[in-house]
Design a protein around this ligand. Structure first.
Ligand SMILES: [Zn+2]
Length: 107
């Protein structure tokens, strides 16, 4: 069984739970095997870094942490509403559809 997520890299999503609820951002990375994603400017965490050539002092950087896919909804590119994702098949290709406006999400 494939564990492909309904949310993919490059999608726009809205956070619906947790401390960042209400924020919107673009998906930067996804980890389907863990059902987790990284969304720009969401769930910022402080990370201690070792000194390196680029950053000789080392120190603390802020970066996005992963969040569970169930904490977000996809924002439909057609109607701009957070929506559940439907699926249809066209010539063997799975195409995601918006449950709100019915338009295809994948062009
Ligand atoms: Zn829509």
């Amino acid at each position: 069984m494939s564990k492909s997520l309904t949310i993919r890299k490059g999608d726009r999503v809205k956070v619906i739970s947790g401390k960042d609820a209400g924020k919107e951002g673009k998906v930067l990375r996804s980890a389907p095997e863990k059902q987790r994603i990284v969304v720009e400017n969401v769930h910022m965490i402080k990370k201690h870094t070792r000194p390196s050539q680029k950053n000789p002092q080392g120190g603390i950087i802020e970066m996005e942490g992963t969040i569970h896919v169930s904490s977000v909804m996809l924002v439909c590119p057609s109607c701009s509403q957070p929506t559940r994702v439907g699926r249809r098949r066209e010539e063997g290709v799975r195409i995601r559809t918006c449950k709100k406006c019915g338009k295809d999400i994948d062009k």
